[in-house]
Design a protein around this ligand. Sequence first.
Ligand SMILES: Nc1ncnc2c1ncn2[C@@H]1O[C@H](COP(=O)(O)OP(=O)(O)O)[C@@H](O)[C@H]1O
Ligand SMILES: [Mg+2]
Length: 335
Amino acid sequence: MALIELKNLTKTFVTKTQSVNALKDINLSIEKGDIYGIIGMSGAGKSTLVRCINYLERPTSGSVIIDGRDLSTMSQKDLRQLRQQVSMIFQHFNLLQQRDVRGNIAFAMEIACMKKADIDRRIDELLDIVSLTERQHNYPSQLSGGQQQRVAIARALSTNPKIILCDEATSALDPQTTQQILSLLKDINQRMGITIVIITHEMSVVESICSHVAIIDEGHLAESGPVEAIFSQPKTDAAKRLIFRNVQKTDKLIGDRMVRIVFDGQQADEPVIAELISQCHIMVNIQFADTRNVGGKAFGQMILQLPEDHLQQDKAIYFLKEMGLKVEEVSGHAL
Ligand SMILES: Nc1ncnc2c1ncn2[C@@H]1O[C@H](COP(=O)(O)OP(=O)(O)O)[C@@H](O)[C@H]1O
Ligand SMILES: [Mg+2]
């Protein structure tokens, strides 16, 4: 049985003026050891979904089953205990500003009534895991965003969780720090066998560490499955929109004859260009590329500047079309 099972989950928020169907009949299974990405546009229902997983939000209907236990049957006390096994980290870290790093990490263990000596020992271990031993007496305001998120990760780990839920945990961080946090999470997943659920609106996050992905669109589960399968062959419009989201983004380019080639998973990008050069002896200049590689297949677009010679230009276009790519001419200013 899956570690996390969501069955026919719905959540409707009723306010004075309206009711919002934030989640509509979601069915999802997350296995132990997965790093499961949940991706969707802003307002899709991702935060609501993740808050239902530990019952911070009570579903309107349907069930959440963790490790075989239906959360709707649990008392408040049981739920508090469960939340020690299902920790959470957030976009804005949610640290206590008046406590230093040690104090912040101690927090969940104090609530769990652990002995002071045990807490201290555990904090030392956790500081080592998140590489913050040297910063243990700093306050949050003295730390960078990445360091603050590592404190939050240590705090989340302190109660030996089975599951860590991350709600946009890297969305406030720069790309390099994001990668550091993601590799720390991956390490935690592999070394400790902790299942990780990652909510994000960024494809790159899912690509870097997730084994599985679910795409949420306006409260519906559009698609779910292994990352490679979903990203290489998105079936629904919602998935295609997310996966090709950056494709329209272009810069102003100046040049003579240029073509735009579109990769939609038929081909990997590098071999195409390499073969154009090696088989046809045609040199092209990559003016712009926004392709992503998913399991050896490319998605996105590339703009190539063709050589001066007209015959070579036509050969290049012919070759690219033969390779199964969509090729269209673009003029320098009308990209
Ligand atoms: N407590 C609430 N009361 C009313 N509406 C809410 C509440 N929380 C979320 N919503 C609505 O539910 C929808 C999904 O929100 P959310 O889960 O935060 O989306 P996401 O995290 O994907 O951006 C939105 O339309 C949002 O306005
Ligand atoms: Mg959210």
